[in-house]
Design a protein around this ligand. Structure first.
Ligand SMILES: O=C(CO)COP(=O)(O)O
Length: 150
C-alpha cells in the first residue's frame, strides 16, 4: 500500500463523513492517508467515525449519526470556526431522508470558505496541495454587507 505523508500543516481539524454506499471509499482513503491523518484532529458523523476508527485505529471524535443530526453538528462547528477541512463522500445515486441536512452542511461549508472534497480524487488533491497552508489561513467571509440589507 502506498502511503502519502506530505502536505497538510500540523494539527488541523478534519471532518470526515460518508454515506453508506461511500463508507468503504472513505475508509480506503483514510487507510491510504493514515500517517498524515494521525497528526490531525479528526471528527466524524457517528457511523462513519466508527468505521474509520475500526479500520485504521485512528482517534476520531464521533458526533451523532448523520440522519440523527450529525451533519447539522458538523455544520454548526464549521460556523463556529472549528473545522478546517471537510471530506464528505456523499452518495450521488441515492436520495437520503436527511437531504435537507446534507444540503445545509454543503451550503454552510461554502459560506465559510472551507475546503470540501466529495470524492477521493479531490480529497487527494486537497491534502497534497501546496496551497493547503493558504486554504487554512483562508479569508473568512465578511457578511456585514449582507446583514445590513436585512
Ligand atoms: O448520513 C451521513 C451524512 O449525511 C453520515 O452519517 P453516518 O456517518 O452516521 O452514517
Amino acid at each position: 500500500m502506498e502511503f502519502i505523508t506530505k502536505a497538510l500543516p500540523a494539527s488541523k481539524r478534519v471532518a470526515l463523513i460518508a454515506h453508506d454506499n461511500r463508507k468503504d471509499a472513505i475508509v480506503d482513503w483514510c487507510l491510504r492517508h493514515r500517517p498524515l491523518l494521525e497528526k490531525h484532529q479528526l471528527l466524524a458523523t457517528g457511523t462513519t467515525g466508527g468505521k474509520i476508527e475500526g479500520a485504521t485505529g485512528l482517534d476520531v471524535h464521533k458526533l451523532l449519526s448523520g440522519p440523527l443530526g450529525g451533519d447539522q453538528q458538523v455544520g454548526a462547528r464549521i460556523s463556529e470556526g472549528e473545522v478546517d477541512l471537510l471530506i464528505f463522500f456523499w452518495d450521488p445515486f441515492e436520495p437520503m431522508p436527511h437531504d435537507p441536512d446534507v444540503k445545509a452542511l454543503l451550503r454552510i461549508a461554502a459560506a465559510w470558505n472551507i475546503p470540501v472534497a466529495c470524492n477521493s480524487s479531490s480529497a487527494d488533491m486537497i491534502v497534497q496541495s501546496a496551497l493547503m497552508d493558504r486554504a487554512f489561513d483562508r479569508e473568512v467571509p465578511n457578511y456585514q454587507r449582507y446583514l445590513k440589507q436585512r
